[in-house]
Design a protein around this ligand. Structure first.
Ligand code: HEC
Ligand code: HEC
Ligand code: HEC
Ligand code: HEC
Ligand code: HEC
Ligand code: HEC
Length: 444
């Protein structure tokens, strides 16, 4: 009897470990769902002052409408409006107090029509914002209502009053709230994990102690059979492991492989700068500008469709917006300083081909119709730009071999395509069929 119990001890331990591990996972899932339940509790906590306003707006009944409005607002309005701040257009907080829904719906559908109708308020605000025309939106009444309820729910959240705005600068109110919820949940998971690990350690120690006590008790008994005695006296011999040739051989093998791998990687990477991500003099974020505010790449990189190189925007382009937006931010003040001193901002160059290679942007973006992201990766998600592609000769040539030429609607190619199809119709007309892998195309 006792023999059986002793032998099953390791299995009991294993089973306990496993059940704890699955318990851990299950509770992690609970935590994943937690933000939904505790949203109202956590989100306003991001800014204490905002709590009453957010809670008041977020009654459970219109939560769905607010979520829909949130998405619509981000997709259509956020590049010009924020709830509690003037961006390109006015801050929209309190809009339901200024205007009725029956005014807002036609305004959002077609603001210029309302201005043209001579509506006093519309004309006044139009003039106040330098006669900038707000675009028309093909949104339904219900969609506009949901945007309005989203705006109401955000009133006062993270409002830029007082001296602490710099700390939250650059973040949309909702994002901060959401981040707060996420961070809260992540912290909760961490604490839970630590507690579980501690519990497991205590458990293991207790079990080892129990096992030893049991062994001692068993040693005192005389009616044990041979196998039980053997099991009792078993000791783990570390020196045997250390002296074993197999183990030594394995360790040496792993070590040599690691050294080899590292040196091969090192040699291959000479002259490669993939992943290069220098720190820039101003914390300019593509994620904020090209991502969240959806400013077109060519608004800043004005020559990318027209010429060989894509320019880096001058400080004047930044001033189109930043003469009014975030004027108090220390990062934006760096732009003002550059302009005062009449010195360009010293951006650190990220991509740099050697002089021996010729690369032309307009050939690829305008003529070839390639997206920036094909070569530069998800720039619209990068806070700090990094070099996404290898930029080696092999990288250029591979794409030229694989990519069909964009010949549609381009009379220049018609004859060439006919000739190609006659000679070799089964193979697509790629960049390389057009000579795009000839040395002289890229080297001169
Ligand atoms: C391209 C910029 C732009 C976009 C996009 C935009 N607006 Fe506007 N909005 C403005 C400007 C500028 C004004 C000020 C009035 C004017 O100049 O026509 C304004 C005014 C308003 C007003 C009146 C504000 C007040 O205080 O009286 C409301 C309401 C409004 N916008 C709602 C929206 C909504 C909702 C969306 C998204 C569906 C949206 N706007 C998208 C630029 C924009
Ligand atoms: C088309 C308008 C526009 C242009 C052009 C523009 N920005 Fe912005 N920028 C914004 C908006 C909108 C924000 C976000 C403001 C907010 O969060 O309320 C922003 C935020 C920033 C911030 C974060 C400021 C902070 O402290 O939160 C920096 C830094 C910045 N821009 C730098 C630049 C630089 C440098 C340029 C020129 C290369 C530039 N911006 C051009 C619209 C623009
Ligand atoms: C508001 C202006 C603005 C917009 C919009 C913008 N950029 Fe930029 N971009 C800059 C500035 C300023 C730099 C230089 C600082 C840096 O590297 O972050 C830059 C740098 C870059 C670089 C690295 C250049 C180098 O040094 O090698 C790439 C690539 C780039 N942008 C691509 C894009 C793409 C793709 C988009 C559209 C999705 C885009 N940019 C939209 C302003 C802008
Ligand atoms: C076919 C690949 C490819 C595409 C597509 C592409 N780029 Fe580039 N880009 C490059 C390479 C390669 C360089 C480095 C050029 C050099 O060092 O001469 C570069 C450099 C840049 C630079 C740094 C300035 C310069 O010209 O050296 C910017 C900014 C830039 N790209 C923006 C863009 C934008 C914006 C788009 C989309 C409209 C785009 N690129 C599309 C490959 C590409
Ligand atoms: C993602 C695919 C892609 C990558 C990467 C790429 N190219 Fe291209 N390239 C094209 C396409 C597509 C065209 C054809 C454009 C057209 O004429 O329609 C082209 C055309 C060219 C041409 C003109 C060829 C001709 O026959 O006139 C040159 C030169 C060139 N690329 C150089 C480069 C260099 C240098 C690199 C690497 C730094 C590079 N390309 C990387 C897709 C790519
Ligand atoms: C599609 C464009 C393209 C074509 C075609 C091309 N190259 Fe290149 N080549 C490059 C680029 C880009 C580099 C720089 C890459 C780097 O620094 O890793 C380069 C680099 C080189 C280098 C210098 C290597 C070094 O490490 O300094 C040599 C030599 C070279 N190419 C020879 C050739 C020859 C020979 C051909 C014709 C068989 C050819 N290339 C065709 C784009 C091209």
């Amino acid at each position: 009897m006792t023999g059986i119990r002793l032998r099953t001890l390791p299995y009991c331990l294993l089973a306990l470990f496993l059940s704890f591990a699955s318990l851990d996972r299950a509770s992690a899932q609970d935590v994943g769902a937690a933000p939904d339940v505790s949203k109202e509790g956590v989100a306003p906590g991001a800014t204490a002052a905002a709590a009453p306003a957010a809670a008041a707006g977020a009654t459970t009944g219109d939560a769905a409408a607010i979520a829909a409005g949130d998405a619509l607002f981000k997709g259509n309005c956020a590049q010009c409006h924020a709830v509690n701040e003037v961006v390109v257009g006015p801050a929209l907080a309190g809009i339901t107090k200024r205007r009725s829904l029956s005014w807002l719906i036609p305004w959002i559908k077609n603001s210029s029509k309302v201005v043209a109708s001579g509506d006093d308020y519309a004309v006044k605000i139009f003039n106040q914002y330098q006669k900038q025309q707000m675009p028309s939106f093909q949104l339904s009444d219900a969609e506009i209502t949901s945007i309005v309820s989203y705006i109401t729910s955000q009133e006062g959240v993270n409002s830029p009053v007082g001296g602490d705005t710099k700390g939250v600068a650059g973040k949309d109110a909702t994002d901060t709230a959401a981040a707060g919820t996420e961070a809260g949940a992540a912290k909760y998971v961490d604490i839970l994990l630590i507690v579980l690990v501690v519990v497991l350690i205590v458990l293991v120690v207790t079990l080892v102690i129990i096992a030893n006590i049991m062994k001692d008790v068993l040693r005192g008994r005389k009616d044990l059979d041979g196998r039980d005695v053997e099991l009792l006296e078993q000791r783990f011999d570390w020196t045997k492991l250390y002296k074993s040739k197999v183990v030594r051989g394995l360790a040496l093998g792993v070590f040599l492989l690691a050294v080899l791998y590292e040196s091969v990687q090192g040699v291959m990477a000479v002259g490669l700068t993939q992943g290069y991500q220098p720190t820039q003099p101003i914390a300019f974020s593509h994620k904020l500008h090209a991502g969240e505010h959806q400013i077109n790449c060519a608004y800043c990189h004005t020559s990318v469709y027209k010429s060989k190189s894509a320019n880096i925007p001058s400080a004047n382009i930044c001033m189109n917006c930043h003469s009014q937006i975030k004027t108090e931010s220390p990062e934006i003040k760096k732009i003002y300083r550059a302009i005062q001193k009449n010195q360009p901002i010293q951006w650190v160059r990220v991509h740099n081909l050697p002089d021996l290679a010729y690369f032309n942007h307009s050939q690829h973006t305008q003529v070839g119709g390639l997206e920036c992201q094909t070569c530069h990766g998800p720039i619209q998600n990068m806070d700090v730009v990094y070099q996404y592609s290898a930029l080696t000769m092999g990288w250029c040539i591979n794409c030229h071999r694989e990519t069909p030429l964009n010949t549609k609607g381009n009379g220049y190619y018609d004859k060439l395509v006919q000739l190609h199809d006659k000679a070799n119709g089964a193979v697509p007309f790629t960049v390389s069929s057009n000579g795009g892998t000839e040395c002289s195309k890229c080297h001169y």
